[in-house]
Design a protein around this ligand. Structure first.
Ligand SMILES: Nc1nc2c(ncn2[C@@H]2O[C@H](COP(=O)(O)OP(=O)(O)OP(=O)(O)O)[C@@H](O)[C@H]2O)c(=O)[nH]1
Ligand SMILES: [Mg+2]
Length: 456
């Protein structure tokens, strides 16, 4: 700024002096004796820096927008002990609301089905080995020993497949041990969906599928052997009740062109290890999706050691779907001193009474009802396990009615604030009946969420 007489004004000089003292201004000022080329380069560099900084600012604004949106979105948490069916319910939500996404994962689930099949073979092989080692054995012979030896290449695929996705080196190490060391261990994966991409595209997974295919007749012969079935019964090993049972479908699931059906995917078992966040975005036309909005489901690991990981999600969720099978006749896999139903009741009480969840809707699913029906049909006597059941009718309705009242009473007594009790009997592997329930639950959650948002 120059005055009309050409001298620099006092005020402007003072400001220039201040700028020179300011280290930032000094750093940004053009160097003395700058050439025209240097000046151009400096200006271009400054413009580039400004563009990059703008991009960063836009990125931050977009993430904030996403975060704000996420805050506003409905979030649902699936809770319950390990193997209660949380991930299976999640798959039902996918099937109902994002069927294209569900479809895109079939190749990955094919490999999980194979892993489940191999796991059953491993259990059989271990049981045969244990029987052969017993002081007197009658049910199996050296023929069975040979069958197990012949199936070694199939069992070896388990280690290869798990090495592709396993989270813990200890697990991979365990998988490389002899078959009997593997009894009771399960396929686990790193949290997140990365394992699905690996299984869907890996050459090693394709090779494993072809090895299992080449031995399908040997696997079939093992399962068709009546001595093997008798042995499993004698040792109280029920492969059918455990998740991921595909031994009745050997030829179909080992075919080279096998693509798992919806039902196969629901029955395939892979243990959840960390909390997984699943986003549900509108995929269907509004006419078919009953006005579904975007929402989030958190699927968590259910075993005792991992339940602390649930708590950080409590103050963010609008709804909890709590799953419990009525398996009063079973113990926890991770702690065989604990009855499964007792564990579920303790958990239910904690969830109902938790302060952070006082505003969340809690929806109770009595899951695996197909198994309870089958057990009762096969002669299960409830009062032998639950003495307080007394002389009530030993029927499906008798059992569900009794346990429903118990769960409902805890819900009423322990909820910090009054809230409605939602309850469903489910068989999460049955897509048709579950789809209806999922639809109702989804509507109910959104209806309540809308009501709460209006109240706020
Ligand atoms: N028969 C039957 N099997 C079921 C039902 N629901 C789930 N399963 C099976 O039970 C197994 C365990 O189910 P998951 O959904 O993996 O259990 P989870 O609660 O996610 O278990 P974690 O991940 O260990 O916490 C799977 O193989 C399912 O296919 C059901 O209603 N009936
Ligand atoms: Mg799970």
């Amino acid at each position: 700024m120059t005055t009309s007489n050409g001298s620099v004004s006092r005020r402007h000089r003072a400001s220039l002096d201040r700028e020179r003292d300011d280290p930032f201004s000094a750093a940004l000022a053009p160097p003395p004796n700058e050439t025209p080329d240097e000046r151009n380069a400096r200006i271009m560099a400054a413009q580039k820096a400004e563009r990059e900084s703008k991009k960063i600012d836009e990125g931050i604004a977009a993430s904030k927008k996403l975060l704000d949106k996420k805050k506003a979105d409905v979030k649902m948490l699936l809770l319950g002990q390990s193997e209660s069916g949380k991930s299976t319910v999640l798959k039902n939500f996918r099937l109902r609301f994002t069927p294209q996404y569900f479809d895109s994962e079939r190749a990955a689930w094919r490999i999980v089905v194979l892993l489940n099949l191999i796991s059953s073979i491993r259990t059989i092989a271990s049981t045969i080995t244990a029987e052969l080692a017993a002081p007197e054995f009658t049910l199996v012979s050296s023929v069975h020993r040979q069958r197990c030896v012949d199936l070694a290449p199939v069992l070896a695929q388990e280690h290869i497949l798990l090495s592709l996705i396993a989270v813990s080196p200890h697990f991979v190490e365990a998988a490389s041990k002899p078959a009997e060391m593997m009894l009771g261990s399960e396929a686990v994966v790193r949290p997140g969906g990365e394992w699905k991409a690996i299984f869907a595209s890996s050459e090693a997974a394709k090779e494993a599928a072809s090895v299992v295919h080449s031995m399908r007749d040997e696997i079939d012969a093992l399962w068709a052997d009546t001595a093997v079935r008798e042995l499993l019964e004698k040792r109280h090993i029920s492969l059918k009740d455990a998740g991921g049972f595909f031994m009745d479908d050997i030829l179909r699931v080992t075919a080279l062109d096998f693509i798992p059906t919806d039902s196969d995917i629901l029955r395939a078992r892979i243990k959840t290890l960390g909390v997984e966040e699943h986003f549900f975005e509108k995929e269907l036309p509004t006419s078919r999706n009953a006005g579904v909005k975007d929402f989030w489901i958190y699927d968590v690991p259910g075993s005792r050691g991992s339940r602390a990981a649930w708590i950080p999600f409590f103050d963010q969720v609008q709804a909890i779907v709590f799953l419990t099978p009525l398996s009063f006749y079973e113990v926890l896999e991770e702690d065989t001193r604990v009855n499964r139903l007792e564990d579920s009741v303790v958990l239910w009480k904690e969830i109902c009474g938790h302060r952070l969840l006082e505003n969340a809707s809690i929806i109770l699913f009595f899951n695996k009802m197909d198994i309870l029906k089958a057990k009762l049909k096969a002669g299960l006597i409830i009062k032998e396990y639950v003495t307080s059941f007394g002389d009530r009718p030993n029927t499906y309705a008798g059992a569900t009615g009794y346990f429903k009242e118990k769960f409902k009473a805890y819900h009423k007594r322990l909820s910090p604030k009054q809230r409605p009790f939602f309850y469903y009997e489910t068989t999460a592997v049955d897509t048709r009946s579950t789809a209806k329930i999922i639809g109702t639950v989804h509507e109910e959650i959104f209806r309540r969420h809308l009501k709460d948002s209006i109240l706020i």
